[in-house]
Structures are given as structure tokens and as C-alpha cells.
Design a protein around this ligand. Structure first.
Ligand code: ADP
Ligand code: MG
Length: 700
């Protein structure tokens, strides 16, 4: 027999075929179960009746009980009326209830001298308390006894026009809950819920929609959030455990001549402590016999490339090949140059493979890869294309990960007998809770220290009406021999207009700076053209690079010391931080100038202030997560790791994520092959969740 949760939502009293269709279309609610998991986004305390003499204008929603003494109507212009009801609760003050619309409906349905409960937000107008567009309901005994926390559900515009308001969802959910027999099946075993003091699933699901008190509501939500995050973690950790069992990792037991020789004779500076620690972590992984999957987070300029190179030397010392993949050709070329310079005359064959390496040269490299004479391969996505065969690929580095999908990471595995060790490097710091949720199968290393001697970038905010003085500062910098980035926003919805802005802006800048040479790059240019323009700037032939965010990722021009971001209000925090990271790579003092219009929203102001206050990528990422929510974060979407969390909030529920992670880890440690009978409930539930609607990123 199918469970009641799988029944069509149409059979909930009060729904029917028409509302079913709206619920399907607008909210993707199809079954009883879907509706049950459509949780309120907020609650308003309706358990308390206020007295009119307690009111103050800064209060949130309140409710009063009393009678309407009289109505008054005011003409507000042609066909516009304001309806005022003078309301009295017997406690001294008269409160005006005010309507600007649907006034006819109000005068018809609401009577004078009848007891009502009035609900809304109080304010003061002309010295009198008023509540605009209040909810008014008869104060019957039934109404009063059932009042607790009132749930609010998200609805869409379309739903509202069809009369399906938060209030109607409330009623529908209520009648459904009455129909669902108690108790609703438990989905967490008592050895988890007990010690953590979590309420039962039955209580949680009923109380999340109908809490009598704040406490009841919080307990219900905690239980549901925990459960949601727990199964996400269980899923990820189980996947990781399976992978470990299925594949052996190459064992790199030796630290040999190449690593040691490099360390002793070629290393041009002392490693930072953070770099040393991370290299140690990587060495341990590589020697452990299990395949390494490690995420290396480090702010721009923290020296990840060197860590990658030294790790590659370990692979080479053990007779394996290594590769490093970058998201663009320019970056791949830069890596090649950097690596060759670091290695100097060491006897190591390093080659570049990108889309533009063609013909005989390409064939030579492919041959070298398959006979093992090419030891380090630097390249773009071209590396994972089919014809590329390695002799023995033991280690792969993926730089600036958020441009590489999970699928691409997986393709690497076809390049050798066992999966190579993988190091994924990213400069977009991902807050811990988020990393735990989306990269739960990866171990995480962090470089939280910049090489010594760096001057922190100075960030300033300028309004665009002062642009002329900004041009002067730029001119001074260029005369001192520096190079400048000027970035225009290019955002999808209005690409055409943006592009026009960029072109016009570029023309203007060419005139303003007619004594200098300028380059221009944007995403709509042909790859070759883009490369050429970029290269001119990299080689120092042009002094000013006018660009869109295509320069965001990893390009290294140490001589560029000023980053000007126009219309900075249109960028997200992480994006601004990435852009800023393009400067501050040389010895000179660098600047980042954020230009915005004078009028700014509060939220935008916060973003700009954070940028001016800190250079710390992790602080910025945390702030970004709080301001935008995880769904928006770059890296979650681009890597195809969508979330489908119904109640937990990665940004705010960090502690619960940790709790869930710990519990899931205990289960996996105790029962790696999922055989223990007391865990059957968990594995069954997990299978059920995976079958239905869950999009759990890494694994789906
Ligand atoms: P990112 O982490 O952004 O990839 P890079 O690897 O490009 O950073 O390093 C930025 C610069 O810092 C490079 O020029 C690199 O040579 C230099 N660098 C790396 N490690 C150190 C160190 N320990 N001391 C001094 N400079 C370093
Ligand atoms: Mg880098």
C-alpha cells in the first residue's frame, strides 16, 4: 500500500484539481509529503493579545481585541479612497484601522460593535496610532483557544492573484495534518535522537507548522534541520568510504632526488609555515595507500603554485607523471613559464598542451606522454580529452577549481590504472560549513598566510562624480611605470547594454589617456583575439587593460598595481575580492578603487565597506554567504553542485552542520559496509531520499 505521503495533493481537503495545478506549477508540490515539507519561513506570535496603551511604533506585528466604534471615509483624489475604522479595546487609546484598497469589501464584511481580533503592524500617523491593512477576525472562543505562533509560507505573485495566500496554505496544511495518522514514522534511531535531545519526527512535523510557543517551534526546526543535514553528510561520507574501498591509491613512499634537490638548490625563498604544513599533509596522503582527494584553499597570492609544483616532484620521484590543469590558455602558459623558471636546469621534461598546440608539436607531446618521457604536463581542459594517454599519471592538480565541473574531475580517472591523487586548488575561499556540505568527499587544506613582505592592498571607495580626479591618480601611476586594470561589469541579463557600455567606456578612456596604450578584453571576443590583447598587457606593451570579469581568474602581472572597478555595486563580494587579487603581486603598494554611484542601497554599502575593511578572503566569503545565501555562491553553481535544502541554512546553521557531520562520521566509522541491523533504518531512509528529489551535488 502506498504511504499517505505519496498521495496526490489534490486529495487534501481544500485543494482540488485547480489548486493542485497551481501548487504543482508554482511550488513543485505534488504529494502530501511535498506539502508537509513546505515549511514556513517565519512565524508571528499570536498567542498574546496586547493592550492599546502598550503600543509603540517600533513594535513588529501585534494583535488587539476590541470593537469598531465607527467608520470614516476620505476622498483621496479621483476614485481613490481611504477608509478609517476607529477601534477601541477598552484600554484608553483609540487605534485607527486604515485601508487604501478594497474598502467596499471591508465595510461589507466588518461590523461596528462586534468583538474582533485585529492583527497588524502599529505605526503613528498625525499623532494617532494606526494599523494599515490589518487582518480582522471575529473573536470567537474557538479562534482564541487555538492561537499560538502563526506560520507564514512563501507564495508567488501568481498564487496570490489566484487567492492562494500564506493564510490559505496554512489552512490546507492544517487539514492535511489532521488527516495524517499519528505517529508519523520515525526516520532517526533513538541512539541519535536521545543523546541530542531531538524531538520525534511526528512532533517536529506537526509543530513546525503549528507551534504553540517559540520553544516548540525551535525544537521542531532543530530536529528537521539536523535530520536534513545529517542525511546529506551520511550520503557524502558513505560515498567517500566506498571510493576508498574500491580504489587503491598509488603509494609514493619516496622523497627522492628531485624533491630534495629542488628544496636545497632551487627554492628561491623560504616556504611560509602554511606552505610547509600543506606540503606535509599532501605527502602524508600520498604515502598512505589511499587515493588523495584534497582541496587546497588559499587566498590569491598565497603561493599555491609552488605547493603544487613540490607535490608534483614527489610523484616524479616515485616514477609517475604529473599534470596541472588551468581554466584558460593564458593561465596555463603562465604556469608553464613559472614552473620552468622554478625548475631551471633540473633534468625534468615539462610540456604545455592546450587547444592552440597543434600539428607536429602536439604529436610529439602526445608521444612523450604515452612513453613517459614528458614528466610534467601543463594545460587546459585539452588534457582530459580522449586522445591524451599517459604512461603513468600519478598526480593531477586542478587550479582554480570553480571553472571545472565534477564530471571533468572524474574524467581524469580514466587516464591511469588507479585514480591519480588529485589536488584541487581554489582561491575562492569556501566557508567551512559550505565546504563540508559540498566538498564533503574532499579533505581540505588551507594556506592562511601570505609570503612575507607583501604590502596589503589599499582599497578605496569613490563616487562616480569624482571620476576626473581618479583619472589623474591613474595617470600618475602609469607615469611611475605601473600598469592599471579598469573593469566594467558584464552581467548576463543585459549583456547587450553592458557590452555597449564597455565599448563606449573604452573609447572614452582611449581619449582620456591618449598618451598611453590600452588593451581591451571581454568574453564576447574570439579566443585568439582575447589571448593577443591579454598578452600585450602581460608583456607590458600596453599600460591599461580595459576588461570585463574575464580577467578574474589567476592572471599574474606583478607590475599591475591598480585595479579600478567601475559600477562596483553590481558585483558580488567574492567577485570583487577575486578581481582585487589581480593586483598586489609585486613589491609596490597596490590599490583597488571601487567606483559607484552616489545612491546606494544599504546592502551594497555593507559590501563596499567590507571590501574596504579587510583583505581576508575567508572573512569576505563568510560575509558573502550571510548576505547572499549559499545558492548564489560561485563555485556551487558552476561546479553543478546545486543544493536542495528545505529547512537548513548553511550560512546560519554552522553548528548544526558540524553536529550532523560528527554523527554521520560515527555511523560510517562503526559500520563502513552498512551491514549492522541497528543502522538499517538509516540506509533505507538514505536510499529513499536519493531516489526522490534530492540533488546532493557531488554524488548525484
Ligand atoms: P596563488 O596562490 O594565487 O596561485 P602564486 O602561487 O601565484 O599564488 O604565488 C604568488 C607569488 O608569490 C608568486 O610570485 C610566487 O613566486 C611567490 N611566492 C610563493 N611562495 C612564496 C614564499 N614562500 N615566499 C615568497 N614568495 C613566494
Ligand atoms: Mg594561482
Amino acid at each position: 500500500m502506498p504511504s499517505i505521503f505519496e498521495q496526490d495533493v489534490m486529495y487534501v481537503p481544500g485543494v482540488g484539481p485547480k489548486r493542485k495545478e497551481i501548487l504543482n506549477k508554482e511550488l513543485n508540490i505534488r504529494t502530501f509529503g511535498d506539502l508537509l515539507e513546505y515549511y514556513p519561513y517565519k512565524y508571528v506570535d499570536r498567542s498574546r493579545i496586547y493592550r492599546s496603551d502598550e503600543l509603540s511604533p517600533d513594535m513588529p506585528f501585534v494583535q488587539l481585541k476590541g470593537k469598531i466604534l465607527s467608520f470614516e471615509e476620505f476622498e483621496m483624489g479621483p476614485r481613490k479612497k481611504r477608509l478609517v475604522a476607529h477601534f477601541h479595546d477598552g484600554q484608553g487609546r483609540i487605534v485607527d484601522l486604515v485601508w487604501f484598497a478594497r474598502t467596499q469589501y471591508v465595510t461589507k464584511s466588518i461590523k461596528v460593535n462586534t468583538e474582533y481580533i485585529v492583527f497588524g503592524k502599529p505605526s503613528v500617523f498625525n499623532g494617532r496610532f494606526q494599523i494599515a491593512h490589518p487582518e480582522v477576525e471575529p473573536a470567537t472562543d474557538l479562534q482564541l483557544s487555538s492561537m499560538g505562533m502563526q506560520p507564514y509560507y512563501n507564495t508567488t505573485e501568481k498564487m496570490k492573484t489566484m487567492g492562494l495566500t500564506s493564510r490559505s496554505i496554512e489552512r490546507i496544511v492544517k487539514s492535511m495534518l489532521e488527516r495524517i495518522p499519528s505517529p508519523i514514522d520515525e526516520t532517526l534511531p533513538p541512539f541519535i535522537t536521545g543523546p541530542l535531545h531531538l524531538v520525534s519526527r511526528d512532533d517536529a512535523l506537526r509543530h513546525v507548522h503549528y507551534p504553540k510557543t517559540t520553544d516548540e517551534m525551535q525544537r521542531a526546526r532543530l530536529r528537521l534541520k539536523f535530520e536534513e543535514l545529517f542525511y546529506v553528510q551520511l550520503n557524502i561520507l558513505r560515498y567517500a568510504a566506498d571510493q576508498r574501498r574500491k580504489y587503491r591509491g598509488y603509494v609514493f613512499s619516496r622523497v627522492g632526488d628531485l624533491f630534495n634537490g629542488f628544496f636545497r638548490y632551487r627554492l628561491p625563498f623560504t616556504l611560509t609555515n602554511a606552505q610547509k604544513r600543506v606540503i606535509r599533509e599532501i605527502r602524508q596522503d600520498m604515502g598512505s595507500g589511499r587515493q588523495m582527494n584534497r582541496l587546497l584553499q588559499g587566498d590569491v597570492g598565497s603561493g599555491k603554485t609552488l605547493v603544487a609544483l613540490m607535490s608534483m616532484l614527489i610523484a616524479l620521484d616515485n616514477g609517475y607523471q604529473a599534470c596541472i590543469m588551468a581554466p584558460t590558455e593564458i593561465l596555463a602558459e603562465q604556469h608553464l613559464a613559472t614552473i620552468r623558471e622554478f625548475l631551471g636546469d633540473m633534468p625534468i621534461r615539462v610540456e604545455l598542451l592546450t587547444g592552440i598546440v597543434k600539428g607536429k608539436k602536439r604529436q610529439e607531446i602526445l608521444d612523450g606522454l604515452s612513453d613517459g618521457s614528458v614528466q610534467i604536463l601543463v594545460g587546459t581542459h585539452a588534457i582530459i580529452e580522449d586522445p591524451v594517454q599517459f604512461y603513468r599519471l600519478g598526480f593531477a592538480v586542478v587550479d582554480e577549481q570553480h571553472r571545472f565541473g565534477v564530471a571533468q574531475r572524474a574524467k581524469l580517472w580514466g587516464k591511469s590504472e588507479n585514480p591519480p591523487h588529485v589536488l584541487v586548488m581554489t582561491a575562492t575561499p569556501i566557508p567551512r560549513t559550505l565546504a563540508m556540505t559540498i566538498y564533503g568527499d574532499l579533505d581540505v587544506s588551507v594556506i592562511d598566510e601570505l609570503p612575507p613582505g607583501r604590502k596589503p592592498i589599499q582599497t578605496e571607495h569613490r563616487f562616480d562624480n569624482r571620476i576626473t580626479s581618479l583619472y589623474e591618480s591613474i595617470r600618475r601611476q602609469v607615469r611611475m611605470g605601473r600598469q592599471i586594470y579598469i573593469v566594467f561589469p558584464l552581467i548576463k541579463e543585459s549583456e547587450k547594454i553592458d557590452l555597449k557600455n564597455l565599448e563606449e567606456g573604452y573609447e572614452t578612456l582611449c581619449q582620456v589617456f591618449s598618451e598611453f596604450r590600452l588593451s581591451k578584453v571581454h568574453g564576447k571576443m574570439k579566443a585568439k583575439e582575447k589571448e593577443d590583447e591579454m598578452q600585450r598587457f602581460v608583456r607590458g606593451e600596453t599600460q591599461i587593460l580595459v576588461a570585463t570579469t574575464v580577467i578574474e581568474v589567476g592572471v599574474n602581472v606583478p607590475n599591475a598595481s591598480v585595479m579600478v572597478i567601475l559600477d562596483a555595486q553590481r558585483f558580488g563580494l567574492s567577485q570583487l575580492h577575486q578581481l582585487r587579487g589581480r593586483v598586489g603581486r609585486g613589491a609596490d603598494q597596490s590599490y583597488c578603487i571601487l567606483v559607484t554611484p552616489y545612491e546606494l542601497s544599504k546592502e551594497t554599502r555593507r559590501r563596499i565597506d567590507i571590501m574596504c575593511d579587510t583583505n581576508d578572503g575567508f572573512q569576505i566569503a563568510e560575509a558573502d554567504l550571510r548576505l547572499r545565501g549559499p545558492g548564489d555562491l560561485e563555485g556551487t553553481q558552476q561546479s553543478g553542485m546545486a543544493f536542495d535544502l528545505k529547512i537548513a541554512d548553511i550560512a546560519r546553521d554552522g553548528q548544526i552542520v558540524q553536529m550532523a557531520r560528527d554523527e554521520a562520521q560515527k555511523i560510517i566509522d562503526a559500520d563502513p559496509t552498512c551491514e549492522r541491523p541497528e543502522h538499517a533504518m538509516l540506509w533505507n531512509r538514505l536510499a529513499e531520499l536519493r531516489k526522490t528529489n534530492i540533488n546532493w551535488g557531488v554524488i548525484s
